[in-house]
Design a protein around this ligand. Structure first.
Ligand SMILES: [Zn+2]
Ligand SMILES: [Zn+2]
Length: 348
């Protein structure tokens, strides 16, 4: 093995195949044979359509794909845990390891210049092989597939973190605005965490149908002028004790916050854009707690992998379309439409 195939995203809604040398693992690094590499909403928003390019979202022309899952095929010097043959999920950011955020396991929040996200500032998972830091690799339980693992590496981890922030339990009713992959993940995990009733909204009929078909929501409500009224009916006018926006859309964020009940908690997870709202009416007078939640920690991701194993829950249920690396252009075109469930590139 000397050369490998990979995919770059030039930023004009195209995909550019490249051939690269297979890297050799340095100190503390492992080489992974890629098995599954899923496409994320942020790949579409900040890289595929155009390079939005700020700070942690600045795409550096590397091999794309920040949701990698694979098998260790070579171990560099100084690795302490992984050996050849191990199946691993890659937490998708490598941090400096010594700042406050890294020490808390939130490598996502590292601001050191050495911080690099796979698929953004260092080569990612849309290639035959991936060079990964051992500290960013988490063992994949045998009961989970590589596709399950890829989905945990970003989307399911992000959804789980927001649910932890909301501290959901069997006492809660949950509203999820935006039923793309992260919204679906949130609904699925919330159910497993005991939430009694989950209601979701989306503008896409296909996504509403998928959420209903997967059984992760009790009701899928079409976003639009009538959505608020329907949510009031469903919640008996009391709103939901917890709400999570996974869309990043201003109207959906407003809907999530406005239907958060008194003393409720709301989390904004969907990225980009902005929102305006009546602070007294929607937050202060309702005693609402509003959270921002960005990705997750390495520790919480490891916890989630264990929970999924015990719950016998498979994130891959949210996958609607699977492509090979040669078909990456088709995969991105489909993901860009915003109507599919999760889109994944898999490897033999
Ligand atoms: Zn992602
Ligand atoms: Zn750091």
């Amino acid at each position: 093995m000397s050369s490998m195939r990979g995919v770059l995203l030039p930023g004009d809604s195209t995909v550019a195949p490249v051939t690269r040398e297979v890297p050799e693992p340095g100190h503390g690094q492992v080489l992974l044979a890629m098995k599954a590499s899923s496409i994320c909403g942020s790949d579409i928003r900040a890289i595929y359509r155009e390079h939005l390019g700020h700070g942690p979202e600045a795409y550096q022309g590397v091999i794309a794909g920040h949701e990698p899952c694979g098998q260790v095929v070579a171990v560099g010097p100084g690795c302490r845990r992984l050996t050849e043959g191990d199946r691993v999920v890659v937490y998708h950011i490598s941090g400096c390891g010594v700042c406050d955020q890294c020490r808390r396991g939130y490598l996502i929040g590292c601001t050191d210049p050495s911080r690099a996200a796979y698929g953004w500032q260092r080569d990612g998972g849309h290639a035959d092989f991936l060079l990964a830091e051992e500290v960013t690799c988490l063992p994949l339980p045998d009961s989970l597939s590589y596709v399950d693992g890829a989905l945990v590496s970003c989307g399911f981890g992000t959804a789980y973190e927001a649910l932890l922030r909301l501290d959901v339990s069997g006492r809660d009713t949950l509203l999820v605005t935006g039923l793309g992959p992260v919204g679906l993940a949130a609904a699925m995990l919330a159910r497993a965490m005991g939430v009694a009733s989950v209601v979701g909204t989306d503008v896409s009929g296909e996504r509403l149908a998928l959420a209903a078909e997967l059984g992760v929501v009790d009701e899928a409500v079409e976003a639009g002028d009538a959505a608020g009224e329907r949510l009031d009916e469903v919640s008996g006018g009391r709103g939901f004790s917890a709400a999570l926006d996974a869309s990043g859309n201003a109207a959906a964020r407003h809907l999530a916050l406005s239907r958060t009940g008194t003393w409720g908690r709301c989390a904004f997870v969907g990225e980009g854009g902005d929102v305006g709202f009546d602070v007294s009416q929607l937050m202060i007078h309702k005693q609402v707690t509003l959270h921002g939640s960005w990705v997750t920690s390495v520790g919480h991701m490891a916890d989630l992998l264990g929970h999924l194993h015990r719950w016998q829950l498979h994130p891959s249920a949210t996958v609607t379309d699977t492509f090979s690396l040669e078909e990456a252009a088709d995969a991105y075109r489909l993901a860009d439409r915003g109507t599919a469930g999760k889109v994944v590139i898999t490897f033999p």
